[in-house]
Design a protein. Structure first.
Length: 124
């Protein structure tokens, strides 16, 4: 049996949990970032690819087992694609749904990252 334990070392306490079950292998889900929300994404069944992008790096991983998942910090762009027919993706989120937390434009994300970095430099 596979299971997930939310130990003290888990980076956040989930406030929202949802599944993604695309209706087509060609579907693309995500394609956004969050200002504050952290996420943990894993496959419950089937598989998909997940692209994770920051300011200057990009990684593409395959989610195909509930034995591992991807932790996504705020200000990180995420796209899920190339779904198998039986794909069911589980997402644990640190915040309740809030449309104001979403960034739907990658260029706006880059601006937000620069503003966040400048804020951190000023306060350190």
């Amino acid at each position: 049996m596979d299971y997930l334990e939310l130990a003290a070392s888990f980076p956040f306490v989930p406030k929202r949990i949802f599944t993604i079950r695309p209706n087509s292998p060609k579907a693309v889900r995500g394609n956004h970032a969050h200002k504050k929300c952290h996420q943990f994404i894993l496959s419950v069944s089937g598989s998909c690819k997940i692209e994770v992008r920051g300011e200057s790096e990009k990684s593409v991983l395959v989610l195909e087992s509930s034995k591992f998942g991807v932790y996504v910090q705020p200000l990180t762009w995420v796209s899920l694609f190339d779904f198998s027919n039986d794909a069911c993706i589980l997402v644990l989120a640190s915040h309740k749904y809030d449309e104001e937390d979403y960034i739907h434009d990658f260029q706006l994300l880059l601006e937000e990252i620069k503003n966040d970095n400048a804020h951190k430099r000023l306060n350190s």
